[in-house]
Design a protein around this ligand. Structure first.
Ligand SMILES: [Zn+2]
Length: 468
């Protein structure tokens, strides 16, 4: 083999990892390692010959292709061992499979022997889903649905709060994104099914869909729009494909190309207006990110102005969750919560004077006003009583200060909500002063936990005062 370790290394590391879609188009994570295997007796797999393709790599997995003869396999393995020495990455032979098509049983045996790999059965499956040229069916994706079910079942049997369940669902979706959606184009029906499982689990803690959701179902999918995190998976899946860039704009897939490949090409066309001369043109000078593609795919009217208030990193998730419900009008207390059995028949507020409505409870009730007054004293910032999108009257705060102020507002809503429940169920509430002490304790912990690096001079004094 006329190649050196250094050459292999430089070739491998010279390829940006999100460039160059794999010729079968499964994923933007695919990239060619393009080893120069020509020379020696290496023979390419017949379908890879014109592309000179010998390997595809994505996530932690490497696929090698060659003609099914012992000589080619030996060269492949030798090259891999050179790669191992250069990179330190080893192949786990007992966990690796070799797949054959149209190879005699004699040669197969020999190859299995020299490679030390296990012979796998076709169709080749990746993460439990068959790799095939036709469209994936719901049945093909059943392992994915099962995994989501299983994960929720395992962790979800514990008694979790809404916020806890939300965290769990986010974890499920993260897995979905980092593996599945980057490799397969998942049929819309499958994504809807997964979404239904997650939504049902969020609202009812179970895997059966029985009761009316607290918040209308379609809101579930809006993350940019201040939604619940799990987003419109279909668009997200598409946005991943958009990452492939437009380098081969004029390319048309051949008639006999696989379903997946045609689909990828079609999606690329959908992204075409957003590209200009191979650059993501929506934000000039910036590279494409999946998030950008996603926002581009989804109409902006779905974005809401309170999303940043609710989902600030300075907030504890359970606080964010209560605030989120408020903005979603999920606290349409008399109707919805009553149906959930959360509310006994009284429709009077903590103050026992007014009928309860969310704006009254959180911002107008005498109890809440005393809490908010004390919070204002503590933060030194006055809240607007009327502007629900801009609670804190000063706009010229730093990002840090805005974030922390929003988290304090979320915490206040959370504790007011707690006290409202306590007054319903136990008939007692703590004083506004004690309520604020609980808010302070949570906020101080959270700040200490989230604060990284040094605080700018502008904020330093203020943060220190909060933490004191
Ligand atoms: Zn009241």
């Amino acid at each position: 083999m006329p190649i050196t370790d250094a050459e292999i290394k430089s070739t491998i590391f010279s390829i940006p990892d999100d460039k160059a879609p794999g010729p079968d188009g499964y994923s933007s994570h695919f990239f060619k390692t393009s080893w120069d295997l020509v020379g020696g007796d290496f023979r390419f797999h017949p379908l890879c010959k014109s592309m000179k393709l010998s390997s595809l790599m994505f996530a932690d997995d490497l696929l090698l292709f060659s003609k099914g003869d012992v000589g080619s396999i030996m060269i492949l393995l030798r090259t891999f061992s050179t790669f191992s020495q250069a990179s330190g990455l080893q192949m786990s032979r007992g966990k690796s499979n070799v797949y054959f098509n149209g190879v005699s049983s004699e040669v197969r045996r020999e190859i299995v022997q020299v490679s030390g790999c296990i012979e796998g059965k076709l169709p080749f499956k990746y993460l439990g889903v068959p790799i095939k040229p036709s469209k994936l069916s719901i049945k093909d994706c059943q392992p994915l649905i099962d995994k989501v079910f299983e994960r929720i079942r395992q962790l979800g049997t514990k008694k979790l709060s809404y916020a806890g369940r939300l965290v769990l669902i986010k974890a499920v979706y993260r897995t979905l994104h980092s593996y599945w959606a980057s490799i397969f184009i998942i049929p819309k029906a499958v994504l809807l099914k997964i979404e239904a499982i997650c939504r049902n689990f969020l609202w009812h803690g179970g895997t059966e869909y029985a009761r009316t959701p607290l918040v209308a179902g379609q809101n579930f999918a809006l993350i940019e729009g201040g939604g619940l995190g799990p987003r419109d998976e279909y668009s997200w899946n598409k946005a991943r494909v958009g990452k492939l860039g437009q380098e081969w704009e004029d390319y048309n897939p051949p008639q006999d190309a696989s379903w997946t490949w045609k689909k990828v090409c079609k999606l690329k066309q959908e992204f075409q207006p957003a590209y200009h001369q191979n650059e993501w043109a929506m934000v000039p000078g910036k590279e494409y990110t999946i998030k950008k593609g996603y926002s581009w795919l989804r109409p902006t009217s779905q974005a809401v102005s309170w999303s940043h208030i609710v989902w600030t990193k300075w907030s504890i998730p359970k606080h964010s969750f209560i605030a989120w419900l408020y903005y979603q009008q999920g606290f349409n207390t008399k109707h919805k919560l009553y149906r959930f059995g959360i509310v006994p028949d009284s429709s009077y507020c903590i103050c026992a004077q007014k009928e309860e409505s969310p704006p009254h409870l959180f911002f107008q009730c005498q109890y809440s006003r005393r809490v908010i007054q004390k919070v204002q004293d503590w933060t030194g910032v006055t809240m607007s009583a009327t502007n629900t999108q801009n609670w804190w009257q000063h706009r010229r705060f730093t990002r840090l200060k805005n974030g922390v102020l929003n988290s304090i507002l979320n915490a206040a809503m959370y504790y007011i909500w707690n006290q409202r429940n306590a007054s319903r169920h136990e008939g007692v509430i703590i004083s506004p002063g004690r309520c604020v002490m609980m808010i302070q304790a949570d906020i101080r912990n959270r700040i200490k936990h989230q604060l990284q690096g040094t605080v700018s001079r502008k904020d330093k004094h203020w943060i220190e005062k909060l933490l004191h």
